[in-house]
Structures are given as C-alpha cells and as structure tokens.
Design a protein around this ligand. Structure first.
Ligand SMILES: [Ca+2]
Ligand SMILES: [Ca+2]
Ligand SMILES: [Ca+2]
Length: 174
C-alpha cells in the first residue's frame, strides 16, 4: 500500500509580538506572522483581509511581517488602542486559514500642538499685575500639566510682561 502525501490546510495564524507604539513611522515592524500547518516545510503567503473600522489601512503585510502603513492612524488617543486585523494565510498548495489578530497600540508622549492666548490686548495706563489673558495648550495626552515660559519679553528697559501660572500679566516698566 502506498500513502500519498496530501496537502493539509493550515490551522492557525499567529502574530507576535503584535504591539506598536503610537506615532510609529511607516514600515515599523508590528510583529512576525507564523502559521501552524501539519505539512513539514510548507510555505505561506499572508494578506490582510480586513482592518477594524476607521483604522483601515493602518497596517500592511510585507512577507511574514505586519508593518505600519499609515502613521497618522496609529494614534493611541484618537484612534483605537486595539486594531483587529483579519489575516489570511495561504499555503503552497493554495489552502488557507483566516484568523483575526489583535494589535495593541501603546501610549507615548505627544508633543503639544498649539498654544492660544484668550486675550492679547491691554488698555493703556493699565495698572501693574494686570491680567491680560489666559494661555491654553492643545495636547492629545490626557491629564498632562504644562509649564509656560516667556522666552522673549519685549520692552524698552526690560520685560513688560510676566507669566503667572497660565496667565499672561502686565508687569510694567521696571
Ligand atoms: Ca499545508
Ligand atoms: Ca496620540
Ligand atoms: Ca499619547
């Protein structure tokens, strides 16, 4: 009797480590794909069938790697900290297995993106210590404190302005 080697379908796809810091640049490796298949020496071709919701297109497959495709979509606060990728693995004989893997996006410190001043006018003859306006900053990170520093302080004999907490104040001529 002769036993023919018949190709068996792959049974499982895994991605490891499947984690990436937010803001990671294009081509950053998210993890390596492996396939369980009883056929010794079988080879596999991978593709992403679906990427969860609005994050579609965030990742791509390169060989047996999942890499970052679109940095703007790898955002911990304004994306999804977990992306669900449906991966298809096809073996050399054309049989496939499809599985959903979860990629975790980890938080990193985002730079503040803009600074605003609530008011920037000051009536003439204002008394010293006059409050001019309040400084506010936009920062994606939740619950971060910002320290404001006046870097250039114009005025004929020195600084006319100062910062008190998040307020810009008129100090007056020294
Ligand atoms: Ca196989
Ligand atoms: Ca962010
Ligand atoms: Ca962040």
């Amino acid at each position: 009797m002769q036993v023919l080697n018949v190709n068996e379908a792959p049974t499982r796809v895994s991605l490891s480590p499947a984690t990436v810091p937010e803001n990671a640049t294009q081509s950053t490796i998210v993890g390596i794909l492996t396939t369980a298949d009883v056929d010794a020496g079988d080879t596999f071709t991978y593709s992403i069938l679906r990427d969860s919701g609005s994050q579609s297109g965030a990742f791509a497959v390169q060989g047996d790697r999942v890499v970052v495709m679109e940095t703007a979509l790898i955002n911990y606060e304004f994306g999804n900290p977990e992306h669900r990728l449906t991966i298809t693995s096809q073996d050399a004989g054309g049989l496939t297995v499809r599985q959903t893997v979860v990629v975790s996006v980890t938080d990193v410190n985002d730079a503040p993106s803009s600074l605003t001043l609530s008011r920037n006018t000051l009536p003439e003859s204002s008394p010293t210590q006059q409050h001019i306006g309040t400084l506010a900053v936009i920062d994606e990170d939740v619950g971060q404190q910002h320290v404001f520093v006046l870097e250039r302080n114009a005025g004929p004999g020195g600084g006319l302005f100062g910062i008190s907490g998040s307020n810009l104040v008129f100090i007056g001529q020294p």
